[in-house]
Design a protein around this ligand. Structure first.
Ligand code: ARG
Length: 586
């Protein structure tokens, strides 16, 4: 255990038990960062209430029994009863040394309580463009999966793509009209064009604006599809495959971990929908209302207190989005044995998900499974409105990413790299910038998509953190050394700036835990930004290779290189958990 918060929490807890008895064994020691020391323990205040004593006396009592020999250099009671704790430099250094030897894991252990966690994220729709909303759920979901797996949880990626429903009648007919080859070309590069052409044809035909029978054919096709007509299913499968090519291209560009094996689209649940409805009806949870089968739940009311229904079977017998989600959650709870199910989905779908969760709970299908909506906020344009092109059309994701890479190419300095290296750096920096901008904001708040800000080399940006890592590597080159060469060097602390950096590096595991706990990548992002910040202070005060008075002597240089190596591991591993690659040079 190297996390100072955990270490001190355990020690303070032991002192509390020692002072006041075992009945206080579960008292929260309330360890917080402190302005006056490294950390403070605030447990004396709530304890004093329980004990009907003065908080200061309680604090004194705890301090008297507190064993922090070798851990803290000073312990002081201040104010009404705060216990200020300052860690000893040697203790900090001693904790850090094994982290360095641990390599890429940087001392972060595997959890001793692994959970099974299906993660529903990305979920684009067949024959439609992925938009920035999908960008965000994809990037946040993927980062969460990486971090949860790193901690040893069993993650099951569930890409709940929209691959079923009434529009598929018109989409299949349109595909047949224009031919497979043409359809494939469009679906793989510009799916919206395909979708909109189908939609326009359907609407015109439906309104009788032309004499085509397109609308009629489309409706017939839906019936064929739903009744399992083999020929229709074959064309449908072909269409889904064409879209997969498009999704996979974006995923490769974004460097996310989703593959075809993770596809669990809406159609997967088709054969469960009937049973879901029957069971809910038999349990009396679903009732027929105006011909449709609906679930009404307490506390879900709309305008004028009218109950909002969750429609699970339409009056024409068709199932919809909600029924599929009920079946999916039941499957995840009962067949995948999930401990938690994480839904990384736009905040506007919050009501839908709450109703789905509540229905499944009420039906008794949930067991010990905890569903969780990791709500995603909107991405806005610089005008503060939902991000769109100048002409008002939704932004095409492929184009957006290409532009990011193009702009990144202009930002990186020309250090005489060959064309291939330049392209690799631009790719890592451009995509890293977009992903970091997304991940560094609390996932449920909105943010403004602003290329200039996200690609800047200064401030809380991806490129800044990538640069911080590249700079460490260049220090090693300058020193004629390598991170591997110093792995077993003991870390020492000789300056407050070193101390601040190393102490911050001890908090890596806690930052990852906070991210996994709340599906909050921004907590890891802001931690890593703190590493880069502490590095700046370190460089200013602690020359590694060459100082103002000439070359730094070997006995100072090597332990400083060890600190650099630990910082590098932490940055590279941490950015990797956010799905961001770090170029060797920048
Ligand atoms: N395909 C949907 C969309 O594009 C998102 C699906 C989210 N997942 C779910 N289980 N409902 O909006």
């Amino acid at each position: 255990m190297s996390d100072p918060q955990l270490v001190l929490a355990a020690r303070v807890q032991a002192a509390i038990v020692d002072a006041f008895g075992v009945e206080f064994a579960h008292t929260d020691p309330v360890i917080r960062p402190s302005q006056f020391a490294d950390l403070q323990a605030n447990a004396a205040l709530p304890l004093a209430k329980r004990l009907r004593e003065r908080p200061r006396d309680v604090a004194d009592e705890i301090v008297k029994r507190l064993d922090v020999e070798g851990v803290c250099s000073s312990v002081e009671v201040s104010g009404p009863g705060f216990i200020n704790l300052t860690l000893a430099d040697e203790w900090i250094a001693r904790q850090a040394t094994p982290l360095l030897a641990d390599g890429a894991r940087a001392g972060v252990p595997l959890t001793d309580r692994p959970e099974i966690i299906p993660v529903d994220y990305s979920a684009p729709n067949v024959a439609k463009e992925m938009h920035v909303g999908h960008l965000r759920t994809t990037v946040v979901g993927d980062a969460f999966c990486r971090a949860a797996e790193f901690r040893g949880h069993k993650v099951i990626r569930q890409n709940h793509i929209g691959d079923w429903g009434t529009p598929f009648g018109m989409l299949i007919e349109h595909l047949l009209d224009i031919g497979e080859e043409e359809a494939a070309a469009e679906l793989q590069s510009d799916p919206n064009r395909f979708y909109q052409a189908a939609r326009a044809k359907f609407d015109a035909s439906d309104k009788g604006e032309n004499d085509s029978d397109f609308a009629k054919r489309a409706r017939k096709r839906v019936v064929l599809l739903q009744s399992g007509d083999e020929a229709t299913l074959t064309i449908w499968r072909r269409m889904v495959d064409m879209s997969k090519v498009y999704f996979n291209r974006i995923y490769a560009e974004l460097d996310v971990t989703l593959s075809d094996a993770d596809l669990a689209g809406e159609s997967r649940y088709n054969n469960m929908l009937g049973a879901v409805c029957d069971d809910l009806y038999e349990q009396g949870i679903a009732v027929v209302d105006d011909g449709a089968l609906c679930v009404f739940l307490d506390g879900f009311t709309g305008r004028e207190g009218k109950p909002v229904p969750l429609i699970i079977r339409k009056s024409d017998g068709g199932y919809g989005y909600a029924t599929t989600d009920l079946a999916a959650l039941r499957h995840r709870a009962q067949d995948l044995h999930a401990d938690r199910v994480v839904y990384v989905i736009g905040a506007p779908q919050g009501l839908h998900l709450r109703m789905v969760f509540e229905t499944v709970r009420k039906a008794g299908w949930l067991g010990r499974t905890e569903p969780f909506h990791a709500a995603i906020g909107n991405v806005l344009g610089t005008d503060g409105k939902i991000l769109r092109t100048r002409s008002g059309a939704p932004i095409r994701l492929a184009q957006l990413l290409a532009e990011a890479v193009e702009r990144a190419a202009k930002v990186i300095e020309d250090r005489g790299y060959d064309a291939e290296t330049r392209a690799e750096i631009a790719q890592a920096v451009g995509i890293g910038a977009v992903k970091y901008a997304d991940l560094s904001v609390a996932r449920d708040s909105e943010y403004v998509f602003d290329f200039d800000r996200m690609i800047a080399l200064t401030g809380n940006t991806g490129p800044y953190l990538q640069y911080a890592s590249a700079r460490i590597r260049s220090i090693f080159r300058l020193a004629g050394s390598s991170p591997e060469a110093v792995v077993s060097t003991p870390i020492t602390i000789t300056h407050p700036a070193e101390r601040a950096l190393v102490l911050h590096l001890l908090g890596f595991g806690a930052a990852i835990d906070a991210m996994v706990e709340d599906v909050a990548p921004h907590k890891l992002a802001s931690y890593l930004y703190g590493v880069a910040d502490a590095l700046t202070g370190f460089y200013e005060n602690c020359p590694v290779v060459k100082g103002p008075d000439g070359p730094v002597p070997e006995e100072v240089r090597t332990p400083r290189l060890a600190i650099c190596a630990l910082a590098l591991n932490t940055l590279v591993t941490g950015l990797g958990l956010l799905g961001i690659t770090v170029p060797e040079r920048m």
